[in-house]
Design a protein around this ligand. Structure first.
Ligand code: G6P
Length: 612
């Protein structure tokens, strides 16, 4: 949610900023801008994508060695040139880029208006940059750094900011609360960014800022302190990411690349966690805390979007096999609804980015109330990963497509490992059944490959339904979350209205929508609910709905009943979500491409939602 990049050093800053913004564009793409310090401070910004910014500056003097850039996901103020970042203070002393929301901006703005400040934009960010300038100009003995800290002490809300003061050249000031910021350490140069992706071309040494940190960055020195001016020690971490992870290669879109990476990412996620003889699972990150998890009275998963769907798979698996009560909560509801929590609860945050504001806040609340908090995150070093008592990383690699695909299957893989390990340690499943399920899981990558090779068929089916106005997705049991995830993929990237339902629930409302125009995608792999879902298919067929069924290979019984079949290999139902979701990802992808949609950067969405 908004991407920030900054640089100070001897290199030309423009290519660093523009490439950095391209890599951060998945965080927001409503507008883009940059400020470059040369002999003067120049600001360029415009509505639209980073590519529009490149055109915008084509004829400008973009030389300089210090600069900041921003790609925006609009919160306050519509996406237009005026509201694009960087924002400049009224007297021009400061420029600032910001990710987050200043919640008390209205109150601060009204104070500044009374003091004679005027505003060019509708943003909360312009209020902050003017507040910094107000302290700079009006308080005794205040330099840029003190002005930034004084202003931040008045701010309620979330921010990741980078500031340049034109009077104190050769310095960037960065600060975070709630919104992530990473500092890259080069030789005689520093980088700042919302995540490490703009930095890794230059250095793998980074510092993840913590909340309330303020960084004063000169070409040759870095100082960290708190907003209250107390010194902060920092830890340098090595980033494990390659440039290839950030490129599309031969694929037309990142989403397609990421769908096709799943055999590898699923394997990367279980490799090293399954013993070679397939008789046990070792989750190193949870070893110390496992006895506590075993004694939990309840497990509560919190997450948003796709991560919430992965959590739902966790509920079905853990209750089925480990017999521990599980709840699955939308983080945005959980954090505000005053839930009953005790020290016997284990709360597990699931998040690809590890930065989702609602998930992070819900986690903090659970921690305050004494629950054990765990994380299942993809981004190493992310806020959720750092704030949890323990956790398990999904090893999906960098996911750039805004619609999550490989992160979902990696999350489900971790959750499956976790559920099976719990079941085994609690003595709820036999060692033989445990070993069978581990073997089933280890066969998933090959089975995913066999689905991916059928992409031409999935594309043909997608072509038939690309003009649909609306679509229903139905599933039962372990495959109900897959129906939800399939429908989310379709609506996210193709803008077709889509709803996922527990198939048995359809008759309580959704069935009223069924007519001969409606595609109904039924996830009907062979499992204990198969007969039930076939009845649901009959109900749709009786009302002339167009049925696309995800079925187990060799299930000829459904052939004459449905319009189209998408086959997946036979597997144990416990691991079937990892297979059934693949054709649905491709189905949504091809429909979106055929409709001319921007698959990797769908309208209004952002990959990492760091505002509530
Ligand atoms: C956004 C993304 C989704 C993602 C959700 C939760 O809405 O577009 O793809 O599932 O955030 O993100 P997280 O990083 O917490 O998994």
């Amino acid at each position: 949610m908004c991407g920030i990049v900054g640089y100070i050093g001897d290199k030309n800053v423009y290519p660093i900023l523009i490439q950095g913004l391209q890599r951060l564009e998945y965080r927001g793409y409503d507008s883009a801008g940059m400020a470059i310090y040369n002999s003067s401070l120049k600001v360029y910004k415009c509505k639209g994508r980073v590519a529009d910014l490149e055109k915008h500056v084509a004829a400008e003097d973009i030389s300089g060695h210090i600069g900041i850039g921003h790609t925006r996901w609009a919160t306050h103020g519509e996406p237009n040139d005026r509201n694009a970042h960087p924002h400049t203070s009224m007297a021009g002393h400061f420029v600032l880029v910001h990710n987050g929301i200043i919640e008390n901006y209205a109150e601060l703005k009204s104070d500044l208006l009374k003091k004679g400040y005027t505003f060019q934009s509708d943003t909360d960010t312009e209020v902050l940059v003017n507040l910094i300038e107000y302290f700079y100009e009006n308080a005794e003995g205040v330099n840029a750094e003190i002005a930034v800290r004084l202003a931040l002490s008045k701010v309620v809300g979330a921010f990741g900011i980078v500031v340049i003061c034109k009077d104190e050249k050769n310095q960037l000031i960065a600060a975070r609360k709630g919104s992530p910021l990473v500092i890259g350490i080069g030789r005689g140069e520093y980088f700042v960014a919302s995540d490490a992706t703009p930095i890794i071309s230059y250095t793998d040494s980074v510092i993840y800022l913590n909340d309330h940190d303020v960084a004063i960055i000169n070409k040759d020195s870095l100082t960290l302190k708190t907003v209250e001016n107390n010194p902060v020690a920092f830890k340098i971490t090595k980033v494990d990411m390659s440039i290839g992870d950030l490129e599309k290669g031969d694929f037309e879109h990142f989403m397609l690349k990421e769908i096709f990476e799943q055999p590898k990412t699923i394997e990367d996620t279980f490799r090293g966690r399954i013993t070679p003889d397939h008789t046990d699972i070792v989750l190193g990150g949870l070893l110390d805390i496992f006895p506590k998890i075993m004694n939990a009275k309840r497990i509560i998963f919190i997450g948003c979007g796709t991560s919430w769907h992965a959590a739902l798979v966790g509920e079905y698996l853990i209750e089925e096999y480990a017999r521990i009560p599980v709840e699955v909560e939308y983080a945005s509801e959980f954090r505000y609804r005053n839930p009953v929590l005790t020290s016997d609860d284990v709360v597990i945050a699931i998040s690809q980015s590890g930065e989702t504001a609602d998930t992070l806040a819900a986690l903090r609340m659970a921690k305050e109330q004494g629950a054990t908090i765990l994380g299942i995150c993809n981004v190493v070093g992310s806020s959720i990963a750092r704030e949890t008592d323990a956790g398990v990383y999904t090893h999906a690699g960098v996911e750039i497509g805004v619609a999550s695909t490989k992160a979902f299957t990696a999350q489900v893989t971790v959750i499956t490992l976790f559920a099976l390990k719990l079941a085994k340690e609690k003595g709820r499943i036999s060692p033989e059944f445990y070993a069978t399920l581990i073997s089933e899981l280890s066969e998933i990558p090959e089975k995913v490959k066999s689905i991916l090779v059928k992409h031409p068929h999935i594309k043909e089916v997608a072509a038939k339904y690309k003009d649909a106005f609306s679509a229903l997705y139905l599933g039962r049991g372990f495959l109900f979350p897959v129906a939800l995830e399939g429908s989310l993929k379709l609506k996210e990237i193709s803008y077709i209205h889509a709803e996922g339902f527990a198939a048995g629930e359809m008759k309580h409302g959704a069935i009223a929508l069924v007519d001969d125009n409606l595609p109904v995608i039924v996830v009907a792999a062979k499992d204990q609910y198969y007969e039930k879902i076939v009845s649901n298919i009959q109900e749709v067929k009786a009302r002339k709905g167009n049925i696309i069924a995800v079925v187990t290979e060799g299930d000829d019984g459904l052939k004459n009943m449905v319009n189209d079949l998408l086959e997946i290999p036979k597997s144990h139902p416990a691991v079937s979500p990892l297979l059934a979701v693949i054709p649905l990802q491709l189905f949504a992808y091809y429909i979106a491409v055929m409709r001319g949609c921007d698959v990797d950067q769908p309208r209004n969405l952002a990959k990492s939602v760091t505002v509530e």
